[in-house]
Design a protein around this ligand. Structure first.
Ligand code: UGA
Length: 449
């Protein structure tokens, strides 16, 4: 099918590239002309595993193209995916101006019937407004619009894998014809008719994703409800960690045992510096805001948000306790990205820590496998090291802020020989306290007294 993707951020690019790899013809567009130029020159503007590979294969098969001319892309396609950003406003409410802009653009440019699919994360009832805007601004009597919601559940760092191996594909629709069209779009994914870059073409047998048909309002709610629940789970684990510290228990033992209960599940119970990124913090805020706007008080989510913000305070308390005076200390900061396998530093807990260290006058030596470039633009006055061992030389303390595999495997015996003081404050509980202490380190982490 001929598809259009509006917005070439990580969701748009992964959606476009994966659907092209699955056999569709995809026309991508973005208002950022530099981004389109880069894509046309064969570049990949974001770091996302396997994305470069599938983009290259789709380009080679001439199944994907990029243009700044949105009208051209809109007219070429039968179905249009809206993948633009919905950043938070000061109030926490989602800023839907980019969605509104897309609606007007589609309405004005379309000259034939279109299925308009919201993929961006939006509050419930956005579909209704989108339908209204498309009708209000439509110019051509030949253009009839149907709206659908198809939330994405892609995690940065594993987005391509998530797209190709979904546990569910949710489609919120108003008309049966939209279900059929969306099923046609996703059939190659559900039937695994694509070249899988993760499994080099042959995915292991296992449960296939479920294709769920709902109303548009439900589909929109499913996305916010899922992200907010996961955020809630993380904050819950973090409060358990605080409790473990006071009581003298080990949070890893507690959450591991909890997670073995299939009703709870072991994922997203990792205590530490808390959640960041461009999804959880903003989605929690937007969900609280949406609930309040219809008279529902989502106190439990507000608490999750507060607990998450306080993780930075808890971490800094540990840093102060260990270092006494921070001013003038050489601090090695390991990890800048909001989580491993991404270069994204938006709402990254590590950057909150970095800010506080700078305010207190520490000399910060930061390292990250992917996120130095993006951080440098925000904090030019920090010493950056591609090699973590170089950041650790002469350091008074190592602060671990992102759960990179590289850091789990770090040779601390080697690093310890070059540090001014053998001290680690681990914000992601990466190491076994006993083995690190056996190397002669002072060590603190979350929830392991
Ligand atoms: C999240 C969801 O997991 C995706 O399903 C969703 O599609 C996406 O948001 C989105 O809305 O687009 P993502 O933001 O990429 O994906 O990151 P996660 O892997 O969910 O991690 C979020 C944060 O939670 C990270 O800062 C991570 O370090 C932290 N985290 C995660 C914990 O602190 N503890 C855990 O146990 C798990």
């Amino acid at each position: 099918m001929r598809l259009c993707v509006i917005g070439c951020g990580y969701v748009g690019l992964v959606t476009g590239a994966c659907l092209a790899e699955a056999g569709h013809e995809v026309f991508c567009t973005d208002i950022d002309a530099d981004r389109i130029n880069k894509l046309n020159e064969g570049g990949v503007p974001i770091y996302e595993r396997h994305l470069g590979q599938i983009l290259q294969s789709a380009r080679k098969a001439r199944r994907i193209s990029f243009t700044s001319n949105a009208g051209e892309a809109i007219r070429a396609a039968k179905a249009i995916f809206i993948c633009v950003g919905t950043p938070p406003k000061e109030s926490g409410e989602a800023d839907l101006s980019a969605i509104d802009h897309c609606a007007r653009q589609i309405a004005v440019e379309a000259d034939s019937p279109k299925l308009v699919i919201e993929k961006s994360t939006v509050p419930a009832r956005t579909g209704l407004e989108l339908t209204r805007a498309l009708r209000a601004y439509g110019r051509s009597s030949d253009a009839h619009f149907r709206v659908a919601s198809n939330p994405e559940f892609l995690r940065e760092g594993t987005a391509v894998d998530d797209f190709f191996h979904p546990d569910r594909i949710v489609v919120g629709v108003e008309e049966q014809s939209s279900v059929e069209e969306l099923r046609e779009i996703y059939t190659p994914i559900l039937e695994r008719r694509f070249h899988c870059p993760t499994h080099n073409g042959s995915c292991p047998a296992g449960p296939r994703g479920e294709f769920l048909v709902t109303t548009i309002n439900s589909a929109e709610l499913i996305k916010h409800a899922s992200n907010s629940f996961l955020a809630l789970k993380i904050s819950y684990a973090n409060v358990i960690a605080d409790l473990c510290e006071r009581i003298g228990a080990d949070v890893e033992e507690v959450t591991h045992a909890m997670g073995l209960d299939p009703r709870i599940g072991g994922q997203f119970l990792k205590a530490g510096l808390g959640f960041g990124g461009f999804c959880f913090p903003k989605d929690v805020q937007a969900f609280v805001h949406l609930a309040a706007s219809v008279g529902v008080d989502f106190d439990i989510l507000k608490a999750a948000e507060r607990v998450n913000k306080e993780r930075i305070d808890r971490f800094m308390e540990k840093v102060h306790k260990a270092l006494w005076v921070v001013k003038g200390k050489h601090v090695a900061l390991l990890g800048l990205a909001f989580k491993a396998n991404t270069d994204d530093v938006r709402f990254a807990p590590a950057l909150e820590v970095l800010k506080r260290l700078l305010v207190e006058g520490a000399s910060v030596h930061a390292s990250d496998p992917e996120a130095i470039g993006r951080t440098k633009a925000l904090f030019p006055d920090v010493h950056y090291h591609d090699d973590p061992y170089s950041a650790l030389q002469k350091a008074d303390v190592a602060l671990v802020c992102t759960e990179w595999e590289e850091y789990k495997k770090l040779d601390w015996a080697r690093a310890g020989k070059t540090m001014a003081r053998k001290l680690i404050v681990d914000g992601r509980n990466l190491y076994s306290p006993a083995s690190i202490r056996a190397l002669g380190f002072e060590y603190d982490s979350f929830g392991r007294s």
